[in-house]
Design a binder for this molecule. Structure first.
Ligand SMILES: [Zn+2]
Ligand SMILES: [Zn+2]
Length: 182
């Protein structure tokens, strides 16, 4: 069963997952990140999940393709970065902590997560996956020159002014003249 969702319905009641699974497609996913996040997501994002119920657990296979806007560590300008990732989760009911431990030991390469009550929260999973795509040190380009710690200009677009500041200063000019006169 395939459903196309544009209405931010990221909560799926278990009983809505049919025997043969549920396929959900999400468009315009800008709502998955909060204002507090270190990046923003463009509304062209597209995500997909396949949900299957397997003995009390729910297997979630998904992917997300999006452009995110993030601030460069060096020059502090915003830049866009493309993300395209797929993921697999085993969601177990939150009561069965033992169950989670057992599954986690068995399948180390898979994410094991909880669901509360009788609903699957997909928004949180998408959010987690987007944030995982942000590198520890993010720069707009490999050779970003950053900001001069002296004069504060963005060295990608302007020349450092530290040197010319000294020359513009009348006292330093005087000093140079004096030195030249010696
Ligand atoms: Zn930069
Ligand atoms: Zn400078």
């Amino acid at each position: 069963m395939t459903k196309l969702l544009k209405d931010f319905r990221y909560t799926v009641p278990l009983e809505d997952i049919p025997e043969n699974g549920l396929h959900l497609i999400f468009e315009d996913m800008s709502g998955i990140l909060s204002e507090a996040e270190e990046c923003r997501i463009l509304d062209t994002a597209r995500g997909e999940v396949f949900l299957h119920r397997v003995d009390g657990a729910v297997h979630l296979k998904g992917k997300i393709a999006a452009m995110i806007i993030i601030r460069c560590d060096r020059c502090l300008e915003e830049y866009t970065r493309e993300i395209d990732t797929s993921f697999f989760y085993i969601l177990v009911p939150s009561q069965s902590i033992e169950g989670k431990r057992e599954i986690a030991l068995e399948k180390e390469d898979m994410e094991v997560s909880f669901y509360n009550g009788s609903e699957i929260q997909i928004k949180e999973i998408f959010r987690e996956q987007v944030l995982l795509q942000i590198p520890m040190h993010h720069v707009c380009k490999e050779d970003c020159k950053g900001i001069c710690s002296g004069c504060g200009v963005d060295l990608n677009v302007e020349k450092c002014r530290c040197r010319s500041d000294i020359l513009d200063n009348p006292f330093s000019v005087l000093k140079e003249l004096r030195q030249a006169a010696k």
